[in-house]
Design a protein around this ligand. Sequence first.
Ligand code: CA
Ligand code: CA
Ligand code: CA
Length: 469
Amino acid sequence: MKKWNGALALAAAMALAGWAHGEIGIFNNSLDLGIADDNPKLPGSVSYDQQGTYTVTGGGTDWWEWDGERAHFLYSTITGNVRIEANVKILGDPANDWAKAGVAIRNDINTGAGNEMAMNAFTAVTDPFRTYWDDAAQKSVPNPRGAFQGRFLQGKFPMFNYEKVGIQPTKVAVQRTLMPDGQWYLTEGFLDTGAGLEKIGQRYLKMNSTAYVGLAVTSHDNSRTETAEFTNVAISSTTAPQIWDRWEAASVVNGGGIGGMNSFSVRESLSPTDLPGNIASTVAALNSNPPSIDYQAPVLNFHDSDSNGRFGNDATFGVVTAGLKNKGEVENLAVVARGVLWVTDPGPYTFVIPSDDGFELSIDAKIVGKADYGKGANDIVLPATYLTAGAHPIQMIYWEGGGGSSLELFAAKGDWPWFDYDQGGWTKYANWQLVGDVANGGLALVPEPATFGLLALGVLGLAARRRKA
Ligand SMILES: [Ca+2]
Ligand SMILES: [Ca+2]
Ligand SMILES: [Ca+2]
């Protein structure tokens, strides 16, 4: 992992234009997040010693609660890009292992009747004395950790969580950076466990331009409070994001087409021998066996047997359409589908792939996600990938070994943990559509780059004519 060099943050904080110094060091205000006198039951407090130490005491059942964050929060309002970092030390031994102290960026502090469910990103340390029972050793062993967590949607469950376990972090940081589309912020969490600040997670959040930024402590036990000291607290508008999207090179498949207008080029190859259940064997089969069939498909929504995924109107695999296999009897099939995405609405996109068996999805020749094992048609939600406006080659490698077989590729704009925040009611976060289903708002596909120049000229010509009209 890359390390963050935070040396410039303090200086940049001092240089922030228009910075209003409040009553508590560099912060303007503090409050109990949650329902007053209920959760947190015991009021929190803050103090500042003029030497740079902030002492924050907080109660509440947890920051990470389904119905809202419970903590004491010392904050300022800040517009645009922002980074906050601090050394953090929890005082004493908290009653609950999950007591947390850290730095947070929030969309709001009052989203409804004191029941805080704001979009947020929080990097925190937990109880420094936490342990777990080691069965083999028959004793408790240290189990310190830090976490980067938060909420995706204002007023909605669930939340995201990334943890780093092993050494108690001494320093935490969280930052947000506005992406080129002007609406989505990349939020990133960092922890220092002795080797400098290290990124442990990222999420794209569609936040307000003004955020609440500060220090938070939750006791994770509503019958008491816990206290932490924060030093070297720095707020900066300089964020230097480390975007994690797409770093691993895609598998190379030779031959087959590379897309068309509103379509994928699909190549299917029936293996004469059993197809081992992994990506490398699938690529080898595609590169060494003659293709069984090449064709164009508007979307990837295939079904042969067992689950048919999330979308109906399934197509049969090409080998069934061509009469090479009976429906329901497809086995040992290697598939590659390629196209060129044409993105007109830039931003983060989440792709979901229910497939039986596995897959590798790449965009711009870098892997977005994969399932390198035989599997059933459960949804796999890939980490969000940021798509700029314009053309992006896309490639899906898929195989069916034996048993059930199906494949779908669908996506929605945004960074989502799941398509369904009702966990089964199909109450969707966003407009999930099959990739290529433009009529319903899905991502568009265009011809291969070799012919793409002509298309781009055509689009520009059309725009020019519209301006004249
Ligand atoms: Ca389907
Ligand atoms: Ca089968
Ligand atoms: Ca199967």
